[in-house]
Write a protein that binds this ligand. Structure first.
Ligand SMILES: [Zn+2]
Length: 154
């Protein structure tokens, strides 16, 4: 028998829960995972209070298993988040989201003259002195703080 609490909206039986997404970034993750074209039951919370980061977004998706490539892709939009893998209402695994060393294709170089705009973009990730994530374009070698990048190829 199911515990009544577990039938409430917000609980999922099998799937994933991505928590502590910086607010505003849930949209990018929805696009990367192509949720608008899938039939997975999903719950999205926007602008929820978070002690850690002020405001956060949260996404729960039923019956979805993330591939390594998907985790790498969404890591840009939820650095320091964690993904809980849920089986039969229990968290069976916690994946700490880490930024990969290089990011291909997803980011459009903000430098309008950059040659990467005609090819597949490639950025090298790093953190600056304020521990903010920065991306260095492999082609034009300019460095951009992640929070200033607004255009994505997703
Ligand atoms: Zn560039």
């Amino acid at each position: 028998m199911l515990n009544n609490d577990k039938k409430h909206i917000g609980y999922i039986k099998d799937g994933i829960n991505i928590d502590h997404i910086p607010c505003g970034n849930a949209w990018y993750i929805i696009k990367i995972l192509d949720l608008q074209n899938k039939h997975n039951q999903s719950g999205v919370g926007l602008n929820l209070p978070s002690k850690k980061i002020g405001l956060k977004d949260l996404i729960k998706i039923e019956n979805l298993v993330l591939t390594k490539d998907e985790i790498d892709a969404i890591s840009l939009f939820c650095v320091d988040a964690h993904i809980s893998v849920i089986k039969d209402y229990q968290v069976t695994q916690k994946i700490n989201v880490k930024l990969p060393k290089t990011i291909q294709n997803i980011v459009i170089c903000p430098n309008f003259r950059c040659v990467s705009r005609q090819y597949v973009s490639k950025f090298i990730t790093s953190k600056n002195r304020q521990s903010k994530v920065c991306l260095t374009c492999h082609y034009c070698e300019q460095v951009f703080p992640l929070e200033n990048i607004k255009n994505y190829n997703i």
